[in-house]
Ligand binder design. Structure first.
Ligand SMILES: [Zn+2]
Length: 297
């Protein structure tokens, strides 16, 4: 990707044909891309949409981390620990860091961890990547250490020990702060979006089916984005709504967007091996997402 004069990814994406042609010309590497499901919780539909939902029905939430494997491998987010799961009443299905081994990645040697933001379910376990540098949008550390954390409504999404841990990592020279879009390697780009947290970023990964957008909490569920109703954890609702547009602008088709917490991901995408069904999904293949047509009706 060509960056603009300030070294940033241009805000407006060129049209998809031109982008695909350019990707071919640039001979971008094709990463393998996986979602690993490590935790879940029962919830109701009204829990997931600002303004509630007229249908009072169950709607579970899953917790993932993601792995892009290529010339360099990138771990995207690091999940939470069993202790935090117990404290918050989440069902910890497996140790997310141990689970990296299911896709032949060893946290001990990982060089690059992308933190989409610092909410507790995305940054726990940072201490288990001794060789990694951590990529974070700079506004997120300001948010997590700044004036708004005196409000329990906003601070609730963070674990203070995680935030302190990231401060310590920074003092150790191990946090790479980005202030805007960035290309970490050919085929791996970062895209900041406002709304859910102050310094949230999503990640684009070039795969054999083209660019796939790992949305993280830019859209928790397919339905948040498709029905234009943001998730209930919010810093700025207007920016959350605009972030849905940014997601679409960066994806070749809506089928290339992977939401951050939706159990449907495990239904739409196949496991790399049959025994990993419900645990690991391959995101670099076309999803079987016919059920999406029913969402939002
Ligand atoms: Zn979040």
């Amino acid at each position: 990707m060509r960056l603009d004069a300030r070294g940033k990814v241009p805000a407006s994406a060129p049209d998809n044909d031109a982008r695909a042609a350019r990707a071919m010309m640039e001979n971008l590497p094709e990463y393998e891309l996986f979602a690993i499901r490590y935790a879940t919780r029962e919830a109701r539909r009204a829990d997931h949409f600002i303004g509630g939902d007229p249908h009072d029905a169950p709607m579970a939430m899953d917790y993932f981390l993601w792995v892009a494997k290529g010339p360099r491998s990138f771990v995207i987010d690091t999940g939470f620990t069993a202790e935090v799961a117990a404290k918050r009443g989440r069902t910890h299905l497996r140790d997310p860091i141990e689970a990296l081994k299911l896709v032949d990645v060893d946290a001990y040697t990982v060089q690059d961890v992308i933190l989409t933001h610092l909410h507790y379910d995305h940054v726990g376990n940072f201490h288990r990547f001794p060789a990694a540098q951590f990529h974070l949008q700079e506004p997120e550390i300001h948010y997590a250490t700044g004036r708004y954390m005196r409000h329990p409504r906003l601070a609730h999404s963070f674990e203070v020990e995680d935030v302190v841990g990231v401060v310590r990592l920074n003092f150790a020279g191990r946090v790479r702060f980005h202030d805007g879009g960035a290309e970490l390697a050919p085929g791996i780009t970062l895209h900041p979006v406002g709304g859910h947290s102050m310094g949230l970023q999503f990640v684009r990964v070039h795969t054999r089916r083209g660019w796939v957008v790992v949305a993280s909490d830019t859209t928790h569920f397919y339905e948040n984005m498709m029905s234009g109703r943001p998730f209930t954890t919010a810093f700025h609702i207007g920016l959350m709504l605009e972030a849905f547009d940014t997601l679409r602008a960066q994806a070749p088709t809506p089928q290339h967007i992977v939401p951050g917490h939706d159990p449907l991901v495990m239904k739409f995408y196949p496991p790399p091996r049959p025994e990993l069904a419900g645990i690991v999904a391959r995101l670099d293949v076309t999803p079987d997402d016919a059920a999406l047509a029913d969402i939002g009706r």
